[in-house]
Ligand binder design. Structure first.
Ligand code: HEM
Length: 237
């Protein structure tokens, strides 16, 4: 994988929102979904041959469906390396499902002590972890009203969310990858979420658990579509 060229930093918080802006490189993660795939080994060969950090998934909800997830710190890779790969055999004989295409970038919340770990290493390790065999990837959009809440109320909702997520993560049943996709997709989503774990049912239970939080029940306008799959192949970590 191409290494990032500079060290990420957190920019000063702005007076109006106290929201930190991320400068420097982020990891870009993109999911491409295809159907009409009857022969999977050539997919693995092609993706392996690309040398990109990637994972190939079988779509549990489509017996002819596959997906490929790419992770790179260089946006140019998406056009210079991913695009030619997906325009060539074997992908050119499959049917793309663009309504499931997702693209997001890692970002900082603001209290992280090791920005490089959060932005570049941890999400990559999770994408490439053989233990995290099952995945659910989906985009979501916040309700506009969330952005108009006083900061304290935003923090309360997000803290409840973070606590619920952390309790779940502590069981080892699910890990999350959260990506900002502001301005990066066709549908004006705010985030792309990946939840990854050794088994599928706990991932569903995590989504169910999040439904009960203030953040999800009151401040998310829409979620999905949901891609649900199992890892068929991952690049070496
Ligand atoms: C303190 C750490 C965390 C922060 C700051 C955080 C932040 C976020 C953000 C910004 C979103 C987008 C939705 C929104 O906030 O409007 C989100 C969604 C989500 N996060 Fe977290 N998260 C954290 C921990 C976790 C953990 C540990 C898990 C599970 C292992 C998790 C699972 C999810 C899920 C499943 C969603 C999608 C919302 C849903 O399906 O209801 N999060 N998170």
């Amino acid at each position: 994988m191409a290494e990032p060229v500079t060290t990420p930093r957190t920019a000063p918080r702005t007076a109006r929102t106290h929201a930190p802006a991320t400068t420097g490189p982020a990891l870009l993660i993109q999911l491409h979904v295809f159907t009409d795939c009857d022969d999977v080994p050539p997919v693995v060969d092609a993706v392996r041959g690309s040398g990109l950090d990637a994972a190939v998934y079988e779509n549990v909800n489509d017996p002819r469906g596959i997906a490929v997830l790419f992770a790179t710190a260089r946006a140019d890779d998406l056009l210079d390396r991913v695009r030619p790969l997906l325009r060539a055999a074997p992908f050119r004989s499959f049917t793309p499902v663009p309504s499931f295409t997702m693209l997001g970038r890692t970002y900082l919340v603001g209290h992280e002590t090791d920005a490089e770990e959060v932005l570049l290493h941890r999400p990559r390790v999770r994408v490439l972890s053989p233990e995290l065999r099952w995945v659910v990837w989906y985009p979501l959009r916040r309700a506009g009203i969330f952005e108009r809440l006083p900061l304290d109320e935003q923090r309360i909702a997000l803290r409840e969310h973070g606590t619920a997520g952390a309790e779940f993560a502590a069981t080892g049943l699910a890990q999350d990858i959260r990506l900002s996709c502001h301005g990066l997709d066709a549908n004006d989503n705010d985030f792309v979420i990946g939840i990854l774990g050794p088994e599928l049912p706990p991932l569903s239970a995590l989504v169910e658990r999040m439904r009960k939080t203030i953040q999800t029940s009151m401040y998310l306008e829409k979620l999905g579509p949901f891609f649900v799959g199992r890892v068929l192949w991952q690049a070496a970590k």
